[in-house]
Structure formats: structure tokens, C-alpha cells
Design a protein around this ligand. Structure first.
Ligand code: COA
Length: 378
């Protein structure tokens, strides 16, 4: 019998840490300026004055206290409010490939593998900096990996959807060792001009090395997590949208640039998605014959602290202890598909061999992905 195991994880974190206070200060300056510049239209009732942001609101509503961004200066400049990214030549490594390599190298070192031992790479993330050539193929070349590589996008669920693809490829004998990479440069899609959205996201990139172990193989030395099962589900919703796409320049009438950034009806998302996720996980665990009291950890998608607490409480029938449902969104904010993987990367200590855990993402689409894991070797 073959099994698929996780052998290592890696994380790239940008240097630019931004607190809520810094973000609020910059948006307050920009908002006061915007209201002043548009005072005439506001007085005539043609435009609504913009309300000022509040750091207190951010923590209370989301649990986010801080985030990392690829360019702190550009994001905090009240006259710019977006990262400044140097345009690179075609012979240079792209930014997303660069952060993938950083995370991949850590994951490979943990797995005790080199790039040329990898024969499948899937890059899954909410925003790709270009349609092609695939970022994954660029990474494949830089690592000297073989086999195949491709990019995919299922928004915040891109990591778990990529994992299921890779698990299927490994189980099906199409690859032997794989990398799943999640280069989330969310500061490029964040609307830093509006208080509803400016605090939500942060940048990061995660990497996971997976391998197939066949019966009779000498097991590789080091930590290993067996993937017991994966499950994906989608249900259409307009509550989270990003309309940036290649047809934008062709559209008539043209859209304003801010209409091509991330937007959501956050309250409705939280209300609709939390029970869907709890039920999805309850059913996935039940079908796999794993009672909830055997689950030692829930590495949940990191968008909103209240949502995660509600999901864990529904599943456990009580409040989760902090170590049972680790939180990283306080420091990283919502890093889209990377969030649950960062929680797994950072908080998988203290679990014994044989014990089970769950990795779960959810977001736009709607989409939900869950991965059931069992610690195989320490
Ligand atoms: N500072 C101060 N006030 C703010 C604010 C800010 N930064 N942002 C919004 N507000 C105001 C709103 O304008 C609203 O004012 P009103 O009552 O006068 O209309 C009020 O605060 C409540 O806004 P609301 O959007 O209902 O807050 P919320 O409690 O739902 O929190 C989110 C907003 C986004 C934090 C929360 O809904 C959320 O995280 N949802 C889940 C998102 C998610 O999981 N997405 C999927 C992954 S991307």
C-alpha cells in the first residue's frame, strides 16, 4: 500500500511589519485629504464623505493586530496606499517565484531533499502576477526539478485544493515527490483606501513537501505526517469578489481601478461560511471514522478570529483551548491560502505519533478544503 506524507514545510515572511496603528494613521491622513479634496461634491450630495478607520474596530471585529507586507513604505504612504514593486526584466526571477523559492528551500531542508528530487510543483494562490509562463514552471527551472509544474487559483482555498491535486498525482503514480507553494502577495489586491478593507490582509508564502511512500520502501528519516484524506467543496457566492482580469481594458464602460481590487460582504461571509465549514469538517471526520476527541489540532484558515472560535466550538462542543486551534492572524492578518499552512508550519509541536489533526481553508467561491492528517514519525 502506498501512502502520501508531508515531509517538510517552509515559510517566507516579508520584512515589512505593519501594526494596526500605523495603518490607521496613514489611512486617516489619506481620508481627511480625500474628504477635503471632494468637499464640494460631498456638500452637493454627489459623494459620501469617507469615515475614519479605527484600530480598536480592527482588533474587535477581526482579531488582526499586525501584518507583513512586501513594501511597507508604499503601503503606508498616504498619497500612494499600495506597494511599490520594481519592474523586473524577463531574464530575472519574478517576485512570486522568488518568494516561492525562499519558502521551498526551507521545506526541502526540513525534508532532507534537494530540488532535483522533486517531480511535481503546484503553485496555488489568490493572485498570479501573470497568466504564463507559469510561476510554478519558473520555480521548477530554478530548483532543477523534473516532472511537471502548474499554477492554479481557488482564492483562500488554493493550498488545500493544490494539496488534493498533488495527493491524487502522488497516489496515482504520476509523481514521487511534490511541492505545494502558496505565494500570497495580497497587498497588491488590497484596497488600502477604504476602511472596510485596508486592514484585512498580509503577505506571505508557504511551501509543503509531499512524498509517496510505497510498501517495502526504506522510510525517510525525520518528521512525517500521513495524509489520511482530503475533501473539497464549492458553492457559488458573490459575497467575495476580485474582478481584475485580462478583459478589463476591453470593457465599456471602463471600471475604476478600485473596482478591480478585493471586496467582500464580510458580515454575510462570516454568517454563511462558518456553519458550512463546521458541518463540512464534522462530516469529513465522521466519514473517515475519526471521532472529534481524537483530533489534537485544527489548523484553520486565518481570516477572522471570531469565525475560527465559532467553528472550533461547534465541532468540539466547547471552547477550543488556544493550542487546539492555533491563531496566526493576529500577527500575519489574512494571508489567503497561506494562512492555515502557516498555522501548521508554526504550531505542530506537542502532537504524538499516531494522533490526528485537521488542516482546513475556506473563502471566495465559496470554497472549502480539508485535509486529515496523522502524525506518522517524529
Ligand atoms: N474602522 C472603523 N469602523 C469600521 C471599519 C474600520 N476599519 N470597517 C468597517 N467599519 C464599520 C462599518 O462601516 C460598519 O459601520 P455601520 O454599522 O455604521 O454601517 C461597522 O463598522 C460594522 O461593519 P461590519 O462590516 O458589519 O463589521 P464586521 O463585524 O462584520 O467585521 C470583518 C468586518 C471583515 C472583519 C468581518 O465581517 C469578517 O472578517 N468577515 C469574514 C471575512 C472572511 O472570512 N472572508 C473570507 C476570506 S477572504
Amino acid at each position: 500500500m502506498s501512502r502520501v506524507v508531508v515531509r517538510g514545510t517552509g515559510l517566507f515572511t516579508p520584512e515589512g511589519g505593519v501594526t494596526n496603528d500605523e495603518l490607521v494613521e496613514s489611512l486617516t491622513t489619506a481620508t481627511l485629504h480625500w474628504n477635503e479634496a471632494n468637499a464640494g461634491a460631498i456638500a452637493r450630495g454627489e459623494l459620501a464623505a469617507r469615515d475614519l478607520p479605527s484600530a480598536k474596530f480592527i482588533v474587535r471585529a477581526s482579531g488582526v493586530g499586525h501584518r507583513y507586507v512586501i513594501d511597507k513604505q508604499g503601503v503606508l504612504d498616504p498619497t500612494r496606499l499600495r506597494p511599490r514593486i520594481r519592474r523586473r526584466g524577463e531574464e530575472e526571477l519574478s517576485l512570486q517565484a522568488e518568494i516561492c523559492l525562499s519558502a521551498a528551500r526551507e521545506a526541502l531542508a526540513q525534508a532532507g531533499r534537494s530540488g532535483d528530487e522533486i517531480d511535481a510543483i503546484v503553485v496555488g494562490c489568490s493572485n498570479l502576477q501573470r497568466p504564463y509562463p507559469a510561476i510554478a514552471i519558473e520555480v521548477q527551472a530554478a530548483l532543477g526539478a523534473g516532472g511537471f509544474a502548474f499554477d492554479m487559483n481557488v482564492a483562500c482555498s488554493s493550498a488545500t485544493f493544490a494539496l488534493q491535486n498533488v495527493v491524487d498525482a502522488l497516489r496515482g503514480g504520476h509523481a514521487r515527490r511534490a511541492l505545494v507553494l502558496n505565494p500570497e502577495l495580497t497587498s497588491g489586491h488590497t484596497n488600502f483606501e477604504l476602511r472596510e478593507f485596508h486592514f484585512i490582509f498580509g503577505d506571505a508564502c508557504t511551501a509543503i513537501v509531499l512524498e509517496r511512500e510505497d510498501e517495502g520502501d526504506e522510510p525517510a528519516v525525520g518528521e512525517a505526517w500521513e495524509i489520511l484524506d482530503t475533501r473539497l467543496v464549492t458553492r457559488f457566492s458573490n459575497n467575495i469578489r476580485n474582478d481584475a482580469g485580462f478583459l478589463n481594458p476591453c470593457e465599456e464602460p471602463a471600471r475604476a481601478p478600485h473596482e478591480l481590487l478585493f471586496r467582500q460582504n464580510g458580515r454575510q461571509v462570516a454568517t454563511e461560511v462558518s456553519p458550512m465549514v463546521a458541518e463540512h469538517l464534522r462530516k469529513h471526520l465522521a466519514d473517515a471514522g475519526i471521532p472529534i476527541d481524537r483530533v489534537r489540532r485544527l489548523w484553520l484558515h486565518q481570516a477572522n478570529l471570531g469565525m475560527n472560535r465559532a467553528i472550533a466550538k461547534t465541532l468540539l462542543g466547547r471552547d477550543a483551548l488556544p493550542e487546539e486551534a492555533p491563531v496566526i492572524l493576529d500577527e500575519y492578518a489574512n494571508t489567503s491560502s497561506a494562512g492555515s499552512v502557516i498555522a501548521f508550519h508554526r504550531h505542530r509541536g506537542g502532537i504524538d505519533v499516531g494522533e490526528c489533526a485537521v488542516l482546513c481553508s475556506f473563502g471566495a467561491g465559496y470554497s472549502i478544503g480539508s485535509v486529515l492528517l496523522r502524525k506518522l514519525r517524529a
